[in-house]
Design a protein. Structure first.
Ligand SMILES: Cc1cc2nc3c(=O)[nH]c(=O)nc-3n(C[C@H](O)[C@H](O)[C@H](O)COP(=O)(O)O)c2cc1C
Length: 340
């Protein structure tokens, strides 16, 4: 099999991790109001679902979300290639393959993290996808699984996928244990080894390398960027979406972030009204702005008031906007503009 030429992937200096039940299109829209440059990843969508499911629901997104990457799950090169082609047709800027999820459901399908033990199969999957799409095909993986040695497993996988057309690898810098730990424990218990991801960049200098796992601030992100091309943040952004507001200026030298969290909210409200007018309940948006004021006086009152727009809310879009605006008014407006 001839490998396609490596897609010339360039890692975004900052990206938000794919997270099931979190990084849906609505959260991505909210995050995009904080940072124009940070790359956003979808939740994992299985290639089978892309083939058989409701594509508009699974793949639809707002043009404002760019740059946005579609993460696929699967292990059948032909099905993945077709799903990648469909994803590219929807306008995604990158197709990413999940080689890191340890859940039972994913293991039953023999994809996700268990593919760490099958570098040849992953390479076939990457080659099949890279052959049919023009956008970069990337891989998000772990260091290793179970009692496999970390560096040897990671470098063997990366060597194979780089040959197969993957120009950018994102590494969640810990092992996954396929039995004995829950998915949540697998994000907390195995120790982090970001220095192995730095080493990966040193040994594969032409490959774009992104480090992920346990990074909570832009200060930490900047320290990693001295060693790798990109940093991916997951949970810290869910807890505090405002974290991204400083990113464009600090990491790309670009101004334009909202002046403060209220200004960000003002950008979200018309989207919330339009989303509700199209038939969605208010909480699909409000669940993602719950943490917006975390750390400021009044944040608890905001969250309490916002919970009135929880599932069961039957008001109109205008009433929902009014409720959210009134909740935000309980928080003193303070400029958090970032100095250039
Ligand atoms: C709720 C949740 C869902 C996740 N879903 C996915 C997923 O669909 N695909 C994936 O590759 N990783 C998934 N992850 C893992 C994250 O992408 C990321 O690798 C992990 O959380 C470590 O980064 P962090 O410490 O910055 O959160 C998920 C993590 C969380 C917390």
């Amino acid at each position: 099999m001839t490998a396609p030429p490596a897609t010339r992937a360039v890692a975004s200096r900052l990206s938000v991790a794919p997270m099931m039940d979190y990084t849906d299109r609505h959260l991505r829209f909210v995050l995009r109001q904080a940072s124009r440059r940070t790359r956003l990843y979808t939740e994992m969508v299985t290639a089978e679902a892309v083939m058989r499911g409701d594509r508009a629901r699974l793949l639809g997104f707002d043009a404002a979300e760019h740059p946005v990457a579609l993460q696929l799950g699967g292990a059948d090169p032909l099905v993945l290639a077709e799903a990648a082609r469909i994803g590219e047709g929807y306008g995604y800027d990158e197709i990413n393959l999940n080689v890191g999820c340890p859940s039972d459901r994913v293991q039953a399908g023999r994809f996700g993290a268990c593919l760490m033990a099958e570098p040849d199969l992953v390479a076939h999957c990457v080659a099949a996808m890279a052959r049919v799409v023009a956008v970069p095909v990337t891989v998000k993986c772990r260091l290793a699984i179970d009692d496999m040695p970390e560096w040897e497993t990671l470098s063997a996988l990366v060597g194979r996928i780089a040959e197969a057309g993957c120009g950018h690898v994102i590494v969640h810098a810990r092992k996954a244990w396929l039995s004995g730990l829950s998915p949540r424990e697998n994000r907390e218990v195995p120790p982090l080894h970001p220095e192995m991801v730095w080493r990966l960049k040193a040994e594969f200098p032409s490959l774009a390398v992104t480090v992920n796992g346990g990074i909570r601030t832009l200060d930490e992100a900047e320290r990693h960027l001295a060693h790798v091309d990109g940093v991916m943040i997951g949970r810290a952004v869910c807890e505090n979406p405002w974290l991204l507001a400083e990113a464009d200026l600090r990491l790309w030298g670009e101004p334009g972030a909202p002046a403060d969290r209220h200004a960000l909210l003002e950008r979200v409200l018309p989207y919330m009204a339009a989303t509700m007018a199209a038939g969605a309940p208010s909480h699909v948006i409000t669940r993602h702005i719950n943490g917006l004021f975390n750390g400021l006086p009044g944040a608890r009152a905001w969250r309490r008031r916002l919970s009135e727009a929880a599932p069961g809310f039957t008001g109109t879009p205008a009433e929902a906007v009014h409720l959210v605006t009134a909740a935000a008014a309980m928080i003193p407006r303070q400029s958090e503009a970032f100095a250039a």
